[in-house]
Design a protein around this ligand. Structure first.
Ligand SMILES: NC(=O)c1ccc[n+]([C@@H]2O[C@H](COP(=O)([O-])OP(=O)(O)OC[C@H]3O[C@@H](n4cnc5c(N)ncnc54)[C@H](O)[C@@H]3O)[C@@H](O)[C@H]2O)c1
Length: 312
């Protein structure tokens, strides 16, 4: 069993990851400021192998001590998404990039780092392109830039590292996000019964949150096989357009009205297929279908009266 430090462990991905790693018997410490859902880790406090430090990852002395005490480091703490980073530019740079610069200085030989970034810079302005890990990343938002720069630094400075470029994540979590495309469409289809689409043919790649978690579990088990490299991480059967996604949701929620606005540009320029062959060849393949995820989300949003928080 390993000693694992996860920053941002109370977040959308972090809360699911902490839970799974504790279930597997690992010792998990997380540092999180609990900016959003303050109860997303409550179910773990009973377990003596779990520790939450309610503090700021930008504190260098705190991080130095924790990095020394742990084997695996999974830095998830960040301001996530373009709108949030635009709103708090300085905090976005110090958290998303400053902390990674610091990590590169503080890691020791025993540390193994697993870093998640976004694949959103692929394919901008490159219609019909199948992107692999060699395709250039051209992030247009501050969020995308901080994450790409973070990946660049980690790959340059930490050989004991594995980086994943994630597709858009969907599915339920202890800290829910409704700004992610699939979650957002299902949420709106139930609450507003209407989806308004611009440039509906734009394609994206998706992945269920539980597949992201299993990819990290796989990486912990097979670190030497994967180390010192970067991999796209998405569900290969889920390279689909926005209109195809909306129609999938309509199949399960017949009352939904889909409205397409012609001649209006979507500020989100992503339009590309992503190849996930590199990680699949190493032995990990995402499995959970969009249909299963949509069914899950319909149940979550239909039954929950919890106020769903967004990053906006
Ligand atoms: N969800 C996705 O689709 C996706 C895709 C690609 C990459 N990622 C990456 O995965 C990571 C987690 O994303 P998420 O979706 O779980 O986001 P999230 O917003 O749900 O979680 C981020 C967590 O970081 C914490 N945090 C922020 N600033 C902090 C600070 N200074 N000190 C301590 N804690 C702080 C927040 O309280 C929050 O709990 C991010 O690094 C993100 O870039 C996510």
């Amino acid at each position: 069993m390993s000693k694992i430090l996860i920053t941002g462990g109370a977040g959308y991905i972090g809360s699911m990851l902490c839970t799974r790693l504790i279930e597997l018997g690992h010792e998990v410490t997380t540092v999180d400021l609990l900016k959003y859902d303050k109860s997303s880790l409550n179910h773990l406090f009973f377990n003596k192998k779990f520790k939450l430090i309610n503090d700021d990852v930008r504190k260098k002395s705190l991080m130095k001590k924790l990095i020394n005490q742990n084997d695996f480091i999974i830095p998830l703490a960040a301001l996530v998404g373009a709108p949030l980073c635009e709103k708090f530019k300085k905090e976005a740079v110090t958290t998303n990039l400053g902390v990674i610069k610091n990590l590169c200085k503080q890691v020791t030989k025993k540390n193994k780092v697993i870093f998640l970034t976004t694949n959103s810079g692929y394919g901008i302005g490159e219609k019909n392109k199948f992107c692999d890990e060699n395709s250039p990343l051209k992030p247009i938002s501050l969020y995308g830039k901080t994450k790409c720069d973070g990946e660049y630094l980690i790959r340059k400075k930490i050989k004991n590292s594995v980086c994943f470029r994630l597709a858009t994540v969907f599915g339920n979590s202890y800290r829910m996000r409704t700004d992610l495309l699939v979650n957002n469409f299902v949420y709106k289809s139930l609450k507003e019964k209407k989806l308004v689409l611009f440039e509906p043919h734009f394609r994206r790649n998706f992945i269920h949150i539980r597949d992201v978690i299993e990819a990290i579990v796989f990486t912990i088990k097979n670190f030497n096989k994967l180390r010192n490299d970067v991999y796209n991480l998405g569900l290969s059967s889920a390279n689909i357009s926005k209109i195809m996604l909306a129609k999938k949701i309509k199949k399960k929620n017949k009352k939904l009205m889909i409205k397409i606005i012609k001649n209006k540009k979507d500020p989100d320029k992503r339009d590309y297929f992503v190849s996930n062959k590199k990680i699949e060849k190493k032995g990990f393949k995402a499995k959970i279908s969009l249909d299963d995820g949509i069914e899950e989300l319909i149940k979550v949003f239909s039954n929950s009266d919890k106020k769903i928080l967004n990053n906006y």
